[in-house]
Design a protein. Structure first.
Length: 255
């Protein structure tokens, strides 16, 4: 049985300037669900990733591994999708393996700020689709009702992931295309190392501290309730972490 118990969650909300704006008060939420106040944050996104924003599948990872360009995810785990579940997200993949895959495709992992802008556009919505509380699995693969255990048989299928693009009401529809699975299914690695948000406004923030071995993860997973898949929730995981509820997506930044 795999578990994402090592992924801690924090909820905070920030304003965005440039494409759109928001400024709201947020809160930090510990693993014991104890809330304490946190100041509002402000990010400016000036360079938006324009393509390749969807979750990386097992099929894509398998092709890269077989070509000798990528390192295979963990295989011998109950929730591992690789190498057989070709239409599912590539889970059980550490941060270095995810980053390497993206780079072989001419892409990269998204920064945390890019990830949240993609999920919300900076308009303050709670989930990628808006503010409608997800009551069914049409929106996402998540745990409906109380979460008994982060590593338990939860989610829309009693544990484990769904095929990508299988929750149409949860899509984030943009003029340039549709983004899938930004909430639930698997947490997703970000390029940033984990750090508290600074007080001052930032432009295109990217935190990369070589002394920090913990990276930001976003989106929640199949083993999180509706609140845990809100777009403002952030998590943290050690870069070597490989579990069933953690995957990634790639972005291609403008040149």
């Amino acid at each position: 049985m795999t578990s994402t118990a090592g992924v801690s969650s924090t909820k905070t909300k920030r304003c965005f300037s440039g494409p759109s704006k928001r400024r709201e008060q947020g809160e930090n939420v510990t693993s014991r669900s104890e809330a304490t106040p946190a100041a509002a944050r402000c990010w400016t996104i000036s360079r938006l990733a324009r393509a390749a924003w969807n979750t990386s599948s097992v099929a894509a990872m398998k092709a890269c591994v077989e070509a000798g360009r990528c390192d295979a995810p963990k295989i011998y785990e109950v929730r591992a999708n690789y190498p057989k579940k070709l239409d599912h997200p590539s889970n059980e993949t550490s941060w270095p393996k995810a980053k390497k895959f993206c780079e072989t495709q001419g892409k990269t992992l998204p920064s945390e700020a890019q990830w949240e802008w993609a999920a919300t556009g900076g308009d303050g919505r709670r989930w990628p689709w808006g503010n409608e509380l997800p009551a069914t699995c049409e929106f996402a693969d998540f745990t409906i009702g109380p979460l008994v255990s982060p590593g338990g048989d939860s989610g829309c299928h009693g544990g484990g992931t769904s095929p990508v693009k299988s929750h149409p009401r949860g899509n984030r529809v943009l003029p340039t295309g549709t983004l899938y699975d930004l909430a639930g299914n698997v947490w997703e690695w970000c390029l940033d190392t984990y750090a508290p948000y600074p007080e001052e406004a930032q432009t295109d923030p990217l935190v990369q501290n070589p002394k920090v071995l913990v990276h930001v993860v976003r989106g929640g997973g199949w083993n999180r309730p509706a609140r845990g898949i809100e777009s403002a929730f952030r998590g943290a995981a050690v870069y070597t972490y490989e579990v069933g509820g953690l995957g990634f997506r790639c972005v291609r930044n403008p040149g």
